[in-house]
Design a protein around this ligand. Structure first.
Ligand SMILES: *Cc1c(COP(=O)(O)O)cnc(C)c1O
Length: 451
């Protein structure tokens, strides 16, 4: 035991050796979390924090949930990992069966990977290969439609369809071109479009693009209902449904990236359910294992699956894979996560939490530098602006969002902003008291950071 590093050593190594994601390491202040229970995280000094963003949008039923812990232990007693390249495991098979039963009609096959970005890459590649191999091949269909400010992960295919300027601009020389449409954003509509007309305008733009280019477009990729990383941009109701109808009309596949909005986050198990949409590809990640282990899934239709069947020598195989895809421990965590949804009636119990979050957001909307509050299910967002009338944003370098969250952290609430947008996205089991604490810390943070 005497060889264990001191807390000071841990902090030093964490600053100097560990390269943290999306973090400026020159100014990183270590936050070293050692334990957790329910919605509370505990650091190495024993300080407690409420997990206001579900450990980056992935925790569902709380930390150290006994059912999920037990399922992982039980799987560990059998085998931790087997390859999914030409082999399988009962737990992974059962999970695939269950996902097919649970997801929208028409999705019948599951490809497993480990991260959300990979689930999107898989859908992009499958879509392109589908058009080469389907009954009436259309190999010229190699393009993609994506939305402005889209975020689909950080691998190069996912970044190509992504549209967040600050994250993606540096890598432009490595990316493929996509057809980009403005995000249907009611708070910041495209030039010359009124907020009420965001929906018809967005669908008209999509239809014009499809009319002109559909013969060369393989798929449209979309984050259904909420573009999370973009700053919780919430699409007007009807956009998803309209995009499904138009893509079907013009023979373009629809990829629904539910990595963030899936698994109950919007109040239904999958966001597509709100508009009764069945995509050609559904990408899941983040909450799929309850926020326990890396696992992602790309579900697709029988039509896509059929196009990849053939004699070995025809090379219709999907030549793509990830070493840990379908990992049994992760699959066990995912099965247990779905069990807990049933046992604890998680979705039915969300209503009072969603309502309480709404009350807090309404109150925060009164603060002088809050330009907009938005909510979908248990996703809450507060957008700070310098000027409420012109909706002028604070310059990014002023780090307003970060300052608000630093303040909340001193009050024992962990939050992570998206630029000037503050996010409340707790585990789905957050108690009303915990929700009150999170919202109060955020509110006080806003008042403190924006005098
Ligand atoms: C987080 C996220 C991803 C990427 O998932 P990773 O597991 O971080 O690779 C993809 N799409 C959306 C919508 C996300 O929010």
């Amino acid at each position: 035991m005497s060889n264990l590093p001191t807390h000071e050593q841990l902090r030093q190594w964490d600053r100097q050796i560990v390269w943290h994601a999306f973090t400026q390491m020159a100014e990183y202040e270590p936050l070293i979390l050692e334990r957790a229970r329910g919605c509370t995280l505990v650091d190495i000094d024993g300080n407690e924090y409420l997990d206001g963003v579900s450990s980056l949008w992935c925790n569902v039923h709380g930390h150290c949930h006994p059912t999920i812990d037990a399922a992982i232990r039980q799987q560990l007693g059998k085998v931790a990992h087997v390859t999914s390249l030409g082999a399988s495991n009962p737990t992974t098979i059962r999970l695939a069966r269950r996902l097919v039963d649970l997801t929208p009609e028409g999705l019948a096959h599951v490809f497993f990977a480990s991260d959300g970005a990979c689930a999107v890459e898989v859908a992009l590649k499958m879509a392109l290969q589908y058009w080469r191999q389907c009954d009436a091949p259309r190999p010229e269909k190699t393009g993609y439609i994506a939305l402005g400010d889209a975020y689909h992960g950080d691998t190069l295919g996912a970044v190509s369809v992504g549209g967040v300027e600050r994250f993606h601009a540096t890598f432009a020389p490595l990316l493929f071109d996509v057809h980009r449409l403005p995000a249907p954003n009611p708070y910041r509509p495209p030039e010359g479009v009124s907020p009420e007309n965001v929906l018809p305008d967005a669908l008209a733009r999509l239809e014009r693009l499809l009319e002109e280019h559909h013969e060369r477009i393989a798929a449209m990729v979309i984050e259904p209902l909420v573009q999370c990383a973009a700053g919780m941009i919430m699409h007007p109701p009807g956009y998803l449904r309209g995009a499904r109808e138009l893509t079907r009309k013009y023979d373009v596949l629809l990829i629904a990236d539910e990595v963030a909005v899936g698994m109950g986050r919007t109040g239904r198990m999958f966001a597509c359910e709100h508009e009764d949409v069945s995509p050609d590809f559904l990408c899941l990640g983040k909450g799929l294992t309850g926020g326990y282990l890396p696992l992602a899934a790309t579900l697709t239709t029988d039509a896509v699956w059929q196009a990849f069947l053939g004699e070995y020598a025809e090379a219709k195989t999907f030549f793509h894979g990830h070493t840990y895809g379908g990992n049994p421990l992760a699959a066990a965590a995912a099965m247990a996560t779905l069990d807990v949804f049933e046992q604890e009636k998680t979705l039915a119990n969300l209503a009072p939490r969603i309502a309480r979050l709404g009350e807090h957001l309404d109150r925060m909307a009164q603060l002088p530098h809050v330009g907009d509050v938005r909510q979908r299910g248990l996703i809450g967002a507060v957008e700070l602006v310098r000027d409420r009338t012109t909706r002028e944003s604070y310059p990014w370098a002023e780090r307003r969002g970060i300052r608000v969250c630093d303040h909340a952290r001193r009050e024992g609430v962990l939050l992570r902003p998206l630029g000037n947008v503050l996010v409340i996205m707790p585990p789905l089991v957050v108690s009303l008291d915990e929700l009150d604490c999170i919202a109060t810390a955020l509110r006080r943070g806003i008042i403190a950071a924006i005098p």
